[in-house]
Design a protein around this ligand. Structure first.
Ligand SMILES: Cc1ncc(COP(=O)(O)O)c(C=O)c1O
Length: 496
């Protein structure tokens, strides 16, 4: 632990500061090694981390605020946009020769900008709306919230986990400025019926955004490897914009996504310009103004180093890992896949009489496998999500036996029983009724922030997840905001 109050008072030697960072990092989940199935994307390519660190260092102090002052950044951004366009069916000789784009800080920023651009293309619409499937990434809801755009959510089928294109079409209203879909969705890794949805949007004269943030850099390579990937990119008529995150399956370090538009006219409302003050005229294509060149240079070096052949090879390795993990799930009684894998996600749930999934997640964690629990939602059961990257491949053989063992342990332990008073409390609680005292009491009852685990969370999370699972989404949001708020405050008081 570091004493937060000692960070500023007097400087320390560089090696001391670095040792502190390293000491803190030791408590994190493992970013490398193929045992963490969310948050990180590891190609396990020797030397890549050293390359990206060096590239980042070269450009860390370069400012993307003004592309004329730092043409190096302009050149790298244009190269990344061109590469993303190529991967996604655009460029010379395609049906989308005029694609343009911007480099953003991540998928959420790309989606916020896609919504903003669509909204600002229609200043005459006083109360704009967007249509998304319920499986669309939460960043669309964030965009709608930030931009005061109404969100029309079309449920996905519990069987296919996709929206019905006719229902998407029916949800389009005169005020709709954007229709969105995923290729693939994050939660289950399925590709929406993009061609039908884009056709409906085009017929209504509405923009269609394909959120390929997660899998946009692997689906084309999986297709080249012979997988049956449905059309989802600029080859599909009616698709007006696509987002793809380089910090996901392009395997770049964090902080880089690309937002592409079919042409410059469609992109125009994305820019913000302001000259009505005494300082420099601000021209921003993205949300941030000052931007570090570090992540962009690191992404550029990654894409140049791995290249088309590298991505094809990594996609093949990942595909095999996905198949191996899916087989491991199929081999265990009590589990079933939520969907047959069609991208790089393996997502499973429990069958009747199967294990408590939240206990299973804890049992897997205890065996060094860090999976992501997903709460039940609108008729979809709770599930376990595995984002699979190339680094997982050498681990696949170890996963199957550990999964079987973890399921047996979870069955032996039995399901989590919420203490009656907690169940009653959550059953009666509304977000508005949450007081600071109630939050503190709940956090204590759940062991949050108590330091009983190695970090701010208890070692076993099944109780917390069970409680959240019985709460409606609005209460989940409020509880988690409060819990995270409790963690995100400095430890004032021990000055010395
Ligand atoms: C499909 C999809 N869209 C958007 C995002 C948001 O990306 P970010 O976390 O980079 O903001 C994600 C992240 O997982 C995603 O999977």
């Amino acid at each position: 632990m570091i004493d937060e109050n000692r960070v500023l008072p007097s400087g320390v030697a560089a090696d001391v500061a670095l040792a502190e960072v390293r000491g803190l990092r030791a408590g994190d989940r493992p970013t490398h090694g193929g045992r963490l199935f969310a948050y990180v994307y590891d190609p396990a390519v020797p030397g890549l981390d050293e390359l990206t660190a060096a590239a980042h260092r070269e450009s860390a102090h370069v400012n993307g605020l003004d592309p004329t002052a730092f043409p190096s950044l302009l050149a790298m951004e244009n190269a990344l946009v061109a590469a993303a366009g190529r991967v996604l069916g655009a460029g010379p000789g395609t049906t989308a020769p005029d694609v343009v784009g911007s480099v953003t800080s991540g998928g959420t920023e790309s989606l916020i900008l896609a919504v903003k651009t669509a909204r600002d293309a229609h200043p005459e619409i006083a109360a704009p709306r967007i249509v998304v499937p319920s499986s669309a990434h939460a960043a669309f809801a964030k965009a709608a919230h930030y931009l005061r755009v109404a969100l029309d959510v079309v449920p996905v089928s519990p069987d296919t986990l996709r929206p019905d294109p006719a229902a998407m079409a029916a949800a389009i209203r005169p005020e709709t400025v954007l229709v969105a879909c995923s290729a693939p969705s994050y939660a289950h890794g399925v590709v929406d019926p993009v061609a039908e949805i884009a056709a409906a949007a085009a017929e209504a004269g509405v923009r269609c955004h394909v959120d390929a943030c997660f899998g946009g850099w692997t689906l084309p390579y999986l297709r080249r490897l012979g997988e049956p990937v449905p059309p989802f990119d600029f080859a599909v008529p009616g698709v007006t914009s696509i987002s793809v995150d380089l910090h996901k399956y392009a395997y770049a370090p964090k902080g880089v996504s690309v937002l592409l538009h079919r042409d410059a006219t469609l992109r125009a409302p994305q820019y913000f310009a302001y000259a009505d003050w005494p300082g420099y005229t601000m021209i921003n294509p993205v949300i941030a103004s000052t931007r570090s060149g570090g992540p962009i240079a690191a992404a550029y070096a990654t894409v140049r180093h791995l290249g088309d052949d590298g991505y094809l090879r990594l996609a093949a390795v990942t595909r095999d890992a996905v198949a191996g993990l899916a087989d491991a799930v199929r081999a265990v009684d009590g589990l079933r896949l939520m969907a047959e894998p069609e991208s790089t996600v393996v997502c499973f749930t429990a069958t009747a009489g199967g294990p408590d999934l939240f206990v299973l997640v804890d049992e897997l964690t205890a065996r060094g496998w860090h999976t992501q629990p997903q709460l039940s939602y609108a008729g979809l059961p709770a599930s376990v999500h595995l984002t699979v990257t190339a680094a997982v491949a050498p681990r696949v053989a170890e996963f199957g036996p550990d999964l079987a063992e973890a399921v047996a342990a979870a069955l032996a332990a039995g399901p989590v029983r919420l203490p009656a008073e907690l169940a009653a409390l959550v059953g009666a609680l509304t977000p508005e009724a949450l007081t600071p005292e109630l939050v503190l009491g709940l956090a204590a009852a759940l062991g949050l922030g108590s330091g009983s685990g190695t970090g701010p969370l208890p070692e076993r999370m099944a109780l917390v997840n069970t409680l959240l699972d019985v709460a409606p989404p609005s209460l989940r949001e409020r509880l988690l905001v409060e819990f995270v708020g409790l963690l995100q405050r400095p430890a004032w008081g021990s000055d010395g």
